[in-house]
Ligand binder design. Structure first.
Ligand SMILES: [Zn+2]
Length: 145
């Protein structure tokens, strides 16, 4: 099982769950090993964030597509990472406890998080079960209209 959660809520997870960072940076006080296969920077170092797609006709769709493509290109790396983990693991990001996600929640009632694409990738391309914490209920579904 792969838990998708935030650094903040990861401290409340049952013991025995391996905690990993799926983020570029970690909040103060955290030092989880990094699952670099889920890094949002491509091989040129370009960050794949929703804001890079604002000028597109369908920004969220393009954002999802670009990130999913990146993860597909790392299929081997992702399988290697899964092979090196034992038992249940949690992938952690900042959302929605950082400023950008808080503003999105205020304005839209949802937030855009790369863990949506990570969860989609894991569910579609691996045998893993994916568990979402309660905050993810407010995570924007990037495939909806
Ligand atoms: Zn996030």
């Amino acid at each position: 099982m792969i838990y998708l959660t935030s650094f903040k809520k990861s401290t409340g997870l049952p013991t025995g769950i391996g905690k990993w960072s799926a983020a570029v940076y970690q909040p103060k006080g955290f030092n989880y090993p990094k699952a670099s296969c889920f890094d949002i920077r491509d091989f040129t170092g370009r960050w794949i964030r929703p804001r890079e797609f604002i000028a597109e006709k369908e920004p969220l769709f393009m954002y999802r597509r670009t990130l999913l493509k990146l993860y597909k290109s790392r299929a081997k790396k992702i399988l290697n990472w899964l092979g090196n983990t034992k038992g249940d693991v949690a992938l952690c990001c900042w959302c929605p406890y950082e400023k950008a996600a808080q503003l999105q929640l205020e304005e839209w009632g949802s937030f855009v998080c790369h863990l949506f694409v990570v969860g989609e990738y894991l569910a579609d391309y691996t045998e893993e079960l994916v568990w979402y914490d309660s905050d993810r209920l407010h995570m924007a579904v990037l495939t909806q209209k």
